[in-house]
Design a protein around this ligand. Structure first.
Ligand code: AMP
Ligand code: ZN
Ligand code: FE
Ligand code: FE
Length: 272
């Protein structure tokens, strides 16, 4: 009995459809998953339906990229009312920002001698929330670079010459948006953002949980964030951040799981 509360589909930069992801989750023995695409909930309904068909619990989720404190902070939202008007309005704005950014990023790359067309990237992405992994994948496919990692390292990672911003909310805005839409906001992979000083502000804004259990957290970090969650009276969550079978990441679905007790606590908080 195990769960994974952080998964991406091809509605953002994952490579599997929601249906394939859910079927695979069932096959590898997960009991509960959450679909948490970047700046879109487009894949949630399909995943929930497939979960109902196969007998696997699918929690609706999202992962917002936010912009604050000179770093990138991701806020997960669980159990959001997807029909909420402010939530839907914000998604439109975020997605337009992501699409515009692909054009800007390709312009920068072209100036650097990388002949990449925005239309090619948008076609490959085939969704409303295109991201940098789509750019990196097309660079590899078109033979413009030898591998995905080098595309990030040399061109599009934070601080690299073709890195391009897109419209983002402030983290506290995202927390409030999730709360106003009936959801539970969780600070994603805090050990990646390395910005613990923000946590009291997030708690004051209504943060519900911390994603303490995450593949890039070492044992010390995991314990540190579990302690912080306990100190602030927050939920502990976790997930693999799996991006699909073709994403090139080493960790396979089902290899990084969390105990069901964390899911129970999350569900109880939602029902409270
Ligand atoms: P975006 O939301 O479009 O800025 O893209 C974020 C995605 O890019 C996330 O899924 C990250 O896992 C991935 N990513 C960010 N930085 C790197 C990096 N240096 N190497 C590989 N993937 C990265
Ligand atoms: Zn991603
Ligand atoms: Fe993230
Ligand atoms: Fe993620």
């Amino acid at each position: 009995m195990s769960a994974d509360l952080h998964l991406h589909t091809n509605f953002s930069d994952g490579t599997d459809t929601p249906e394939v992801l859910v079927a695979l989750a069932k096959t590898v023995g997960l009991t509960t998953i959450a679909v948490t695409d970047h700046d879109t909930a487009g894949g949630v309904a399909l995943a929930v339906a497939k979960g109902a068909e196969l007998g696997l619990e699918v929690i609706p989720g999202i992962e917002f990229s936010t912009d604050d404190y000179n770093t990138e902070i991701h806020i997960l939202g669980y159990f959001i009312d997807l029909g909420n008007a402010a939530f839907q309005e914000t998604l439109k704005k975020l997605q337009k920002g992501r699409q515009d950014r692909i054009y800007k990023m390709c312009e920068k790359l072209q100036k650097m001698g990388i002949n990449l067309q925005a239309e090619t990237v948008l076609t490959l992405a085939g969704n409303q929330a295109p991201g940098r992994p789509h750019v990196a994948r097309v660079m590899v496919q078109e033979g413009l670079i030898s591998n995905f990692r080098d595309a990030f390292r040399g061109y599009i990672e934070f601080g690299a010459p073709a890195y391009t911003e897109h419209y983002k909310m402030k983290a506290v805005e995202a927390i409030k948006l999730v709360l106003d839409a009936g959801g539970l906001p969780v600070y994603a992979h805090p050990g990646v953002s390395k910005c613990d000083q923000v946590i009291p502000d997030f708690v004051a804004a209504g943060l519900a949980g911390i994603e303490a259990i995450y593949p890039l957290h070492n044992e010390g970090q995991t314990q540190h964030y579990i302690n912080l969650a306990i100190k602030h009276g927050l939920l502990i969550t976790g997930g693999s951040d799996h991006h699909g079978q073709e994403s090139g990441r080493r960790l396979k679905l089902g290899e990084f799981v969390i105990d069901d007790k964390y899911v129970e606590q999350l569900k109880n908080e939602h029902l409270r």
